[in-house]
Design a protein around this ligand. Sequence first.
Ligand code: B16
Ligand code: MG
Length: 216
Amino acid sequence: SIAACLFDLDGVIVDTAKFHYNAWRQLANDLGFDLTHAQNELLKGISRMESLEIILALGGVKLSEEEKLQRATEKNIRYLALCMQMTPADTLPGVRAFLDELKHHGIRIGLGSASKNAKVIMERIDMLSYFDTIVDGNRTTKGKPDPQVFLMGAADLAASPAQCVVFEDAVAGIQSAKAAGMLAVGIGEKAILTQADIVIPGFSDFHFQDMEAAFA
Ligand code: B16
Ligand code: MG
C-alpha cells in the first residue's frame, strides 16, 4: 500500500517554469541569441549549471568557468525577483486539496526538487507546513534522471521505494522516479511523459481514491 507521496516543485506545485524561462531568455539575449519555448522544455527538472551548459551549447557560446558562475548568479537573481511576486494563490489548482486528503489518510509527504530555491519558494506560497521532508538541489549530488533525490525522500520518510508515489512534470523526473523503483504520476501530456505509470493534466480532478484505484 502507499505510504508516501513525493512531489516535484516546479510544474507540479507551482508554475515557476515561466520565471525560469524569462530569466534564461534574458541571459541568452544578453549573449546575443534567443531561447525558444521549445528549447526551454529541455531544461525542465535539470539543475541550474547543467541548464546553463545546454543553453550555451544551443547558442554556440563559450564562456570561462568564472563567467559561467557570474551569469548563473545573475540569472538566479532575476528568477528569484520574479518568484517573489508570487502569493499562495499561485499554488497550482487542486494541489492544496489533494495534500489535505493525503494528510487525512496518514500518507507522508515529501518534496523532491532539483531547485536550490525550493525552500524560499515554498515559504512564499505558504506550503512548507504540509511537508514532512524537503529534498532539494542543496542536498543532492546527482541530478534527475538519477534516482538520488527521490531515494533520499523515501529514506527520510521511512518508506520503501515501492510504497512511494512520485508526482512529476518532467521527463527527467519521471525517469528518476522509475529508476528509484517508485510509482510515477506524470503531470502533463501522455505523449511526452511516456514512462509514467499514469498521466493526469493536473490535480483539479484527481483525488486520493483515484490514486488508490490506479495503483491497487
Ligand atoms: P534552481 P524542479 C527544477 O525544479 C526546474 O524544473 C529546473 O528548470 C531548474 O533549472 C532546477 O529546478 C534548478 O533550479 O536554479 O532554482 O536551483 O522541477 O526539480 O522542482
Ligand atoms: Mg518540475
